[in-house]
Design a protein. Structure first.
Length: 311
């Protein structure tokens, strides 16, 4: 069996301990790694955890489960895929963080892997995916770790909730069935929707703005019937460098609380171009939150009508 071993590295202007914390906390991953759509914990104990990862590789959405060992003193995190997605037969490696000074560190990303049946074409595919993703992950990590140490708070989260006198299944189904949104939602002009495997979706849609213009967005979505849909937008408007979201459906005494949560990083370089020369970060934040909340509340309102009619 041919096992390939490769290493990628990058130097960042941030303390080694801060870099370690960002990588150790998997909830950060969709924000700091472009290929990562969503991550959740399957189980965790002191120094050991199992995580499920949904990510793109060579433009295809995949998911797998990894086991991780955390060594905060050694600033090292080792990982091993439990069940790999073909053409990968086995995949593992480590993040190694090395302090260079009080404010800088070297990040080394190690991988070892094999292809199914030792297939040369499969190995080439993995070589390309690992090289592309490793370079993208390290470049994004550098940008985002350094941003985290910048003064202005350009990443923020917010949510909108409606109470629905109906079932979580009916409310969930409305958001899950995004292929029907052009017929069901006035602000959606057209939809291209694909479910690659159960619970892993690509949603591309043309959305109408208040001024009558349309803009196209593309997101990858991961669904957990009937209580959660996570997504990451991969084509972004000019004012954002990141947009992730979570729809949650929580049953309570009077039905279900349906919530749309957004996490956004502003693209500060485009604020003046989009909103005018005098616009501030606060103006951009208010503008983005207003636009996203308007669409979320519209979708939640229609989900409420749908679920309450079916009650």
């Amino acid at each position: 069996m041919t096992t390939r071993q490769v290493e990628h590295e990058i130097t960042v202007g941030a303390p080694a301990a801060a870099v370690y914390r960002l990588i150790a906390d998997v909830e950060n991953w969709p924000r700091i790694f472009p290929p990562t759509i969503y991550v959740d914990h399957v189980e965790r104990s002191a120094g050991e955890e199992r995580i499920r990862i949904w990510a793109t590789a060579n433009g295809e959405a995949k998911n797998w489960t990894s086991r991780r060992t955390l060594d905060p003193d050694g600033l090292r995190i080792t990982f091993r895929q439990e069940v790999s997605a073909p053409p990968v037969a086995a995949m593992g490696g480590a993040w190694v963080i090395e302090p260079l000074s009080d404010g800088s560190a070297r990040i080394r990303l190690l991988h070892d892997y094999r292809a199914v049946d030792d297939d040369p074409a499969g190995l080439r595919w993995i070589d390309e995916a690992v090289d592309r993703n490793s370079r993208a992950e390290l470049a994004a990590l550098k940008t985002n770790v350094e941003l985290a140490h910048a003064a202005e708070d350009v990443t923020f989260s917010f949510e909108d909730t409606v109470q629905i006198a109906g079932s979580s299944k009916d409310a969930f189904d409305f958001v899950d069935e995004a292929g029907l949104w052009a017929e069901r939602l006035p602000h959606v002009a057209s939809v291209r929707f694909t479910e690659h495997s159960p619970g892993l979706q690509t949603l591309e849609m043309d959305t109408l703005a208040k001024d009558g213009s349309t803009h196209t967005t593309k997101s990858y979505r991961v669904t957990f019937p009937h209580h959660r849909i996570a997504y990451k937008q991969v084509t972004l408007p000019a004012l954002m460098t990141l947009h992730t979201g979570l729809w949650t459906f929580t049953e309570n005494g009077s039905g279900v609380a349906a919530t749309s949560q957004h996490t956004v990083t502003l693209n500060t370089e485009n604020i003046a171009r989009v909103l005018g020369p005098d616009a501030t970060v606060a103006d951009a934040r208010a503008y983005v939150q207003g636009a996203l909340s308007t669409n979320s509340r519209a979708t939640l309102g229609h989900a409420k009508d749908h679920a309450e009619k079916r009650r």
